[in-house]
Design a binder for this molecule. Structure first.
Ligand SMILES: Cc1ncc(C[n+]2csc(CCOP(=O)(O)OP(=O)(O)O)c2C)c(N)n1
Ligand SMILES: [Mg+2]
Length: 559
């Protein structure tokens, strides 16, 4: 039998070590699903929404040590549903290959059923859109897509596959994967960083996304660097697991809106080293620290893509390299004896960080203070668990009261797309076999993609989902109050929720409920004992405690 393009595409994916593909099936790519039936080592995970499938593939792209995750979606409606994952991967510098079905080649341009021009549609949320027009291009295009997704600043790449191409006879050989090129740090740059570090009195070291690519491998060396050079280490927004929160060199979490006492101290720094961090609006406190375009302190940035460094900030020492190579380069150079001032600087930042971790929340009348749940969860979540978080104010309690460990894996949409947590937890449970996946999510986010609990049940994985149900889009209420004091517009944020316990059970999940603080311990013990199906922990949380830092000034009237 002649080999088809569909079969060759499957062979090409296998050649790239792809063992999981997240999809929602479509008639536009039947020839690929048909071929995949002959590849038992590739697990086709059928999801309930392309947004969910895309988030799962994006999460996978963060768990494969720099290798891309893969989603497979149908044309028009499928592709547009999946765009939230492309947006997330583009902003988060996550390698992702999205295969998208397309109309037949002869119909292109006729406004055929569900036709889109993907080069135009996806031009601003992908690194590239490659359309396979001829069978001879099929395998090479797959190799090019992975290469682009994984090199430089990683990101999403779309491959467009016309419906009629799958059955065409394959041409040419299966194209092998291309090695990802990585520029190394130059010796003179390493010498210069070492000199800057030796002369700085108050250095700050931010660690971010590109270091996360190395998984746990980088942890030991980062710790040695911190200790040998007497450095405070600050994980950046949504990368809290990069440094152990209990480590004495922890310099404070550089997330969105760093609390005042911490940011005031951080701003006394005379040197900032961004190790594997692209930097963004959120991390830079809305471009104020470091200030854009002209930073108020000496800035060194290490990122694997020369084009990116210097795009927003004028960096004093740009180093286009793998951050781990820079860590190794510094470890190979002798750290000077730490001055007393330097030791005080590190311990001072650490003292502020520790103070912020101290559990001190008020008992609320309108529901459980979610801070209490996050602090208790830290005692139940295993050391090797994956923790995922949706976007929303409930996550401020997680970042404040949950001391992350380097042995844990944290996954979220860094750019703040709601709906990421549940699908990412499903993907984590599938990728990290026999390790727990725990999702933190709000009542807004859970009804965006919580239907992927059905995927978890189908695939036999058992994430624990901790839901903060404050009956509102709390984040937006807080911002509204902040911008228009005294004019809280509750109709814009109030939510009428289903009976979440019944909802979860209807999927075949287990469900436990927390309505008062004294139920937290028992409910979490019960939830974490269940390992054969997903578990929802429904927390009736306070809306008045708007975030881990702020209360609402006006009560939220009943719906
Ligand atoms: C997909 C998406 N839509 C809208 C927003 C804007 N947004 C940010 S947080 C938020 C509310 C989140 O509500 P919930 O999940 O209940 O968490 P809470 O803030 O109440 O803790 C909204 C609507 C977003 N970030 N992502
Ligand atoms: Mg809410």
């Amino acid at each position: 039998m002649t080999k088809t393009v569909g079969y060759m595409l499957a062979e090409s994916l296998a050649a790239h070590d792809i063992d999981i593909i997240y999809c929602v099936p479509g008639e536009s790519y039947l020839g690929l699903t048909d071929a995949l039936s002959e590849f038992p080592d590739i697990r086709l995970v059928v999801c309930r929404h392309e947004g969910g499938a895309g988030f799962m593939a994006a999460a996978d792209g963060r768990m494969r040590n720099g290798r891309a995750g893969v989603a497979l979606v149908s044309r028009g409606p499928g592709a547009t549903n999946a765009m939230i994952a492309l947006h997330t991967a583009f902003h988060d510098a996550t390698p992702l290959v999205m295969l998208i079905g397309h109309v037949e080649r002869k119909d292109v341009g006729r406004l055929a059923l569900q036709e889109q021009n993907y080069s135009r549609l996806l031009s601003d949320i992908t690194k590239g859109v490659f359309e396979v027009i001829e069978p001879i291009q099929a395998s090479e295009t797959i190799a090019r897509a992975f290469h682009l997704a994984e090199s430089g600043t990683p990101g999403p790449v779309a491959v467009i596959l016309p419906e009629d191409i799958f059955d065409a006879p394959a041409e040419g050989p299966v194209v092998k994967p291309r090695a990802v090129p990585m520029a190394g740090p130059r010796a003179e740059d390493l010498d210069q960083v070492a000199e800057l570090l030796a002369n700085a009195e108050r250095p700050l070291v931010l660690v971010g996304g590109a270091l996360a690519t190395h998984g746990e491998n980088a942890s030991a060396e980062l710790n040695r660097l911190a200790e040998a050079w007497t450095l405070p280490i600050s994980p950046t927004h949504r990368r809290p697991h990069l440094f152990d929160a209990e480590h004495p060199n922890y310099g404070g979490y550089m997330g969105i809106r760093v609390p005042k006492p911490l940011i005031e101290e951080m701003k006394k720094a005379d040197l900032m080293i961004c190790l594997g961090e692209r930097m963004s609006d959120s991390i830079s406190q809305s471009y104020s620290f470091p200030a854009a375009p002209e930073p108020q302190l000496t800035m060194v940035q290490v990122w694997p893509d020369a084009n990116e460094i210097g795009r927003v900030w004028r960096v004093d020492l740009p180093i286009a390299a793998d951050p781990l190579a820079v860590i190794r380069g510094l470890l190979a150079r002798n750290a000077p004896e730490a001055t007393e001032a330097r030791k005080r600087w590190v311990s001072g930042l650490n003292a502020i960080h520790r103070k912020l971790l101290v559990p001190e929340w008020d008992k609320m009348e309108d529901g459980v203070n979610f801070g209490a749940v996050c602090a208790a969860a830290a005692r139940h979540v295993p050391r090797d668990a994956a923790i995922t978080s949706d976007a929303g104010n409930f996550s401020s309690f997680l970042h404040r009261y949950f001391p992350f460990k380097q042995t844990q894996c944290f996954l979220a949409s860094v750019v703040g797309a709601m709906g990421a947590a549940v699908p990412m937890a499903v993907a984590a449970a599938l990728r990290r076999k026999n390790k727990r996946a725990v999702a933190f999510v709000g009542d807004g986010g859970i009804l965006m993609t919580g239907n992927e609990i059905a995927t978890a049940v189908r695939e036999g994985v058992a994430p624990v989902i901790i839901l903060s149900d404050n009956s509102c889009y709390g984040t937006i209420g807080m911002h509204h109050e902040g911008r228009y004091p005294g004019r809280a517009y509750d109709a814009a944020i109030r939510l009428s929720n289903p009976d979440f316990i019944a909802w979860a059970k209807a999927f075949g999940a287990a469900a436990v409920s927390i309505e008062t603080e004294d139920q937290i311990e028992g409910a979490l013990t019960e939830a974490f004992a269940i390992t054969d199906r997903p578990v929802l922990v429904h927390v009736k949380s306070s809306a008045m405690q708007a975030s881990a830092w702020r209360k609402r000034t006006m009560p939220l009237p009943a719906a």
